[in-house]
Ligand binder design. Structure first.
Ligand SMILES: *Cc1c(COP(=O)(O)O)cnc(C)c1O
Length: 403
């Protein structure tokens, strides 16, 4: 079987072919699990050569990986148009930290979208602040305010679209263009869409981060993160990750590779089921707003339709009135939605959503919403039949009302 040039292939095909180099797979389909700390050298001369070539895909010592990790990194690079390479990290949070530490230095300012994943905020307010890096949060929907917030010490911006919990879609191409104009590195947490739904580097971002724990793993059994970038930033990410000693296990890399092969199908199925459920929720009297960018008329839908090529099964909705107890009765009555963190697995999940404590630049609920409507849930819609999921949600609404 000859190898097709990957730049001629569509993403669906690259999911299948990515990273499967003959020298890594041998005669089998998948790269085997190369468990390695020690790499053996032929002689002392070869050992002395080892450290001199710090290149991708070269054996040195286990911390620089072996073919299983290289195959996963290469497959991810092939999926991200404009990427020269992808670094792997032991979690999504480690990938965000790895990207921020690669570009920020003491005395500099990070701009962070106000709807960022809470641990990203925690890193900014904790370790980064202790290292003399200041973070300013901005309204993800106010492009002019973002530009106005840039000062001479600003060095990088962290975007997320849609944002965690509240799902606003920011104008990424506009924000990334402004960042570039002012010499800021733009980093995007692209976990929701993945490069299949949002080719972040092609849309103007410098570094595209994903929690592979979510969709790429896809089966709720591994933790991993990635950061992909063009040549210059990739070199910086790699240097920082090597100094921090970041490495992922080959067993987890093999699981992530297995998940990757079906990523496209799972994302499509999650998105189509989520859209069906979102439409159904929109017609329920208990629901004040459905925060699902896939849904026509929902907040963020227009930018999603303009900039994205896909989505996934993750969205939130807000109850009409009520309190936390009412909302929790609804969650506790669900049978097919597990209660737990994370998302992007094959099984459906639910968590309560009360974003107010995680905002500082913008109020929640926003002015466009009734202040009485503040309690919500986030659903991660899995691969179950959407009709069963809708029936489950319906009986949970009934249980909520009956109490
Ligand atoms: C879960 C998540 C992360 C962190 O990923 P982990 O692998 O759990 O560390 C980062 N960003 C977003 C948007 C997430 O939902």
């Amino acid at each position: 079987m000859a190898k097709a040039p990957s730049d001629k292939l569509t993403p669906a095909t690259r999911l299948v072919t990515g990273g499967r180099r003959k020298e890594w797979t041998g005669a089998v389909v998948n790269p085997p699990v190369w468990r390695a700390s020690t790499i053996l050298y032929e002689n002392t001369a070869a050992l002395a050569e080892g450290p001199k070539t710090n290149a991708d895909g070269k054996f040195f010592y286990g911390r620089r990986g072996a073919p299983t990790q290289w195959a996963l990194a290469e497959a991810l690079t092939e999926l991200e148009p404009g990427a020269a390479g992808t670094m792997l990290y032991p979690s999504g949070v480690a990938a965000i930290a790895g990207a921020l530490l690669a570009v920020l230095r003491p005395g500099e300012v990070l701009l962070m979208t106000d709807n960022a994943y809470d641990p990203s905020r925690g890193l900014a307010k904790g370790l980064l602040r202790e290292f003399g890096i200041e973070t300013r949060f901005f309204d993800p929907l106010d492009v002019a305010a973002f530009e106005a917030a840039i000062c001479p010490r600003s060095r990088a911006v962290l975007l997320e679209a849609p944002g965690s919990l509240t799902m606003e879609v920011c104008d990424v191409p506009a924000l990334a263009a402004i960042a570039r104009k002012h010499d800021l590195t733009s980093i995007i947490d692209n976990t929701w869409a993945s490069p299949l739904g949002f080719p972040a580097l092609a849309r103007g971002c410098d570094i595209s981060v994903m929690s592979l724990t979510k969709h790429v793993g896809g089966h709720s059994d591994l933790m991993m993160g990635s950061a992909a970038a063009g040549p210059e930033y990739y070199a910086q990410l790699r240097r920082t990750a090597q100094m921090l000693g970041q490495v992922v296990s080959p067993d987890d890399a093999a699981l992530a590779l297995r998940g990757l092969r079906t990523l496209g199908l799972r994302l499509e199925r999650g998105a189509s089921s989520a859209l069906a459920i979102a439409k159904w929720l929109q017609g329920r009297s208990e629901v004040a707003s459905v925060l699902c960018p896939l849904l026509s008329g929902a907040p963020g839908h227009d930018l999603w339709a303009r900039d994205f090529t896909g989505g996934c099964g993750l969205f939130s909705f807000i109850f009409k009135g009520g309190d936390a107890n009412t909302r929790n009765r609804f969650i506790d009555a669900l049978c097919l939605f597990g209660i737990g963190y994370s998302w992007g697995g094959y099984e459906s999940l639910v968590v309560p959503v009360d974003p107010a404590p995680y905002r500082s630049a913008t109020p929640w609920p926003p002015a466009t919403m009734d202040p009485a409507d503040r309690y919500g849930v986030r659903l991660s819609v899995g691969l179950e039949d959407p009709a069963d999921l809708i029936a489950d949600l319906a009986q949970a609404f009934a249980a909520m009302a009956a109490a």
